[in-house]
Design a protein around this ligand. Structure first.
Ligand SMILES: NC(=O)c1ccc[n+]([C@@H]2O[C@H](COP(=O)([O-])OP(=O)(O)OC[C@H]3O[C@@H](n4cnc5c(N)ncnc54)[C@H](OP(=O)(O)O)[C@@H]3O)[C@@H](O)[C@H]2O)c1
Length: 515
């Protein structure tokens, strides 16, 4: 048997450390990071020697900061708070005020870190978490290096950088360059919270821990792949941000390209971080950037107008808060990508994502080729749908195989049936924020689920030519789909030109029906 490279379940508490959260008074900290730290505490994965420092502008004492977090955890915890456990976390919270651009902030932080290391026994280990608006990422790492905080003779220094990492190829390269001036790549953890999801992590296990699928996981047996992230929500209170982003930057360039890479990557030689990241990077590099004429043929964008969703009338995108009434930002996109390597040549990957669609779901459908001879064509009562393997990522976490079976009875009638496995039946898992595994991994120095500079670059190389064409050719038909429908008709045409269809657009809660 081949060498046993196990993707081991984390078991030991993480290394002693101080976690410094830049933006410690912000939304991400209160909603996700503190609840995730509490969940790690409850599962025994936090070290006893731990302290957390929040940094933001308002002046407040450590005690006031703790009181703030007590209120927030009561609201955002994903599991019941057990007082002695939470008290340990609470008592390890500290606060430092200051402007990110002010060197004095870092001088005060340095003094505080010294005090905390003595009091909590955290040693020299410090994890800096940049939970800040992206315009501060370069500023903070530069200041950390200038203040001598980015390196330490004893212990490790690591930096988690939030998304978005750049807004196109040039800005991502600039940011990567600035980060590289301040830190070594092995210190940089570019986070993508999608990769913290259980079912996303399971894609690799599914593919590489089972011998069943790998032999047919290629152009010979797979007809095409569909990856979909459908949301029912609109932009909610994020209109200001979304106006500078759109679905391509917000969802596709990062999360969906990662899903694609996990589906299409070659088996890594081990589960060491760089072995996995090498293979994912190769997939992205094998997607040739589109020429302008390809963008016109192989991509579609949309923006939702007013419509009916879940029985309620909802406003169009342009009527949302902090959105321009003439906005040209896309809330929907579909595209056809080709991974040009030996395994995948000729197998299209269709991606689509949008807001205000009829249901919320993230899924990957692998559609297999039909048998060479359709012996039972006439007996198939629900048509000649091919075999599909569907990986449901959210909200229902499950794996489904669709296949044909004979209906019981004296005549031969075929129908599609499903073999499925649901995570719900696998065992109880406590509700989580998605940040637990990522925070833990950073604390133990496992970079597997974090983006490397070259893979970020590769993803922007695919997205930027599309953004360039979309930016120079303003859409004339926005809004071009009603809220509560499955996106613009041109998305159906995109896949229809290849003689295919979106496999599951029939499921609809809006009452509008698929077009
Ligand atoms: N919120 C989420 O659920 C979520 C999910 C995924 C990713 N993210 C990413 O996480 C990052 C943070 O998002 P967020 O929603 O937490 O933002 P936010 O609520 O606006 O928080 C930003 C934090 O930064 C502080 N801050 C801003 N400017 C500062 C300055 N010049 N000097 C010192 N402190 C400053 C703010 O504190 P004061 O204003 O009080 O000084 C606040 O604590 C973003 O990159 C975002 O893309 C967020």
């Amino acid at each position: 048997m081949a060498q046993n490279n196990v993707l081991a379940a984390p078991a030991r508490p993480a290394d002693p450390c101080t976690i410094v959260i830049f933006g410690g008074a912000g939304d991400l900290t209160r909603r996700k990071l503190l609840p995730a730290l509490y969940n790690l505490k409850a599962t025994g994965l936090l070290p006893k020697e731990l302290a957390v420092v929040g940094i933001a502008r308002a002046e407040m004492s450590h005690e006031q900061f703790r009181d703030m977090q007590v209120k927030d955890i009561a609201q955002f915890a994903t599991r019941p708070i057990e007082e002695p456990l939470w008290a340990d976390v609470r008592d390890a919270l500290y606060y430092e005020h200051g402007e990110f651009a002010d060197p004095a902030t870092y001088r005060r932080l340095s003094v505080l870190l010294g005090e905390i290391a003595g009091k909590h026994g955290t040693g020299g280990n410090v994890l800096f978490y940049l939970a800040t608006p992206p315009q501060f990422f370069a500023e903070i790492v530069t200041q950390l290096a200038a203040a001598g905080l980015a390196r330490q003779a004893r212990g490790w220094r690591r930096v988690i950088i939030e998304k978005p990492f750049g807004r196109d190829l040039d800005s991502a390269r600039l940011l990567n360059g600035q980060v590289a001036q301040a830190l070594e790549e092995r210190q940089v953890y570019r986070i993508d919270h999608y990769l913290g999801k259980e079912t996303v992590q399971n894609i690799m296990v599914f593919r590489f821990a089972n011998g069943l699928f790998e032999p047919i996981w290629n152009r010979r047996y797979i007809d095409h792949v569909q990856i979909e992230v459908a949301e029912t929500v609109g932009v909610e209170e994020r209109g200001g941000y979304y106006e500078t982003a759109g679905v391509l930057r917000d969802m596709i360039q990062n999360h969906m390209f990662q899903l694609l890479a996990l589906v299409a990557m070659e088996p890594p030689t081990s589960f060491e971080a760089d072995a996995v990241r090498d293979e994912k990077g190769k997939v992205l590099k094998a997607i040739r950037p589109m020429r302008p004429e390809d963008v016109l043929q192989r991509t579609v964008r949309g923006q939702y107008g007013e419509g009916i969703l879940g029985g309620h009338r909802v406003p169009g995108y342009r009527a949302e808060a902090k959105v321009s009434p003439t906005s040209m930002i896309e809330t929907y996109a579909a595209m056809k990508l080709q991974v040009e390597n030996w395994r995948w040549a000729g197998v299209p990957f269709y991606l689509r994502s949008g807001k205000r669609l009829p249901s919320r779901r993230t899924e990957i459908a692998i559609q297999f080729r039909q048998p060479p001879l359709l012996l039972f064509e006439a007996a198939a009562i629900d048509g000649i749908e091919p075999n599909r393997l569907v990986l449901h990522i959210q909200p229902d976490e499950s794996i489904e195989i669709q296949m044909k079976a004979k209906r019981p009875g004296p005549i031969v009638q075929l129908q599609t049936v499903k073999l499925d496995f649901s995570y719900k039946d696998f065992g109880e898992t406590a509700a989580a924020t998605g940040y637990e595994r990522l925070l833990y991994d950073c604390m133990i120095g496992d970079m597997t689920l974090f983006h490397r500079a070259d893979t970020v670059d590769a993803a922007w190389q695919i997205a930027t030519p599309i953004l360039d064409v979309w930016g120079s050719l303003k859409p004339r038909d926005f809004p071009n789909y009603a809220a509560g429908t499955w996106g613009p008709a041109s998305a159906d045409e995109l896949i229809g030109r290849d003689g295919r269809h979106w496999w599951n657009s029939g499921v609809d809660v809006s009452g509008n029906g698929p077009h």
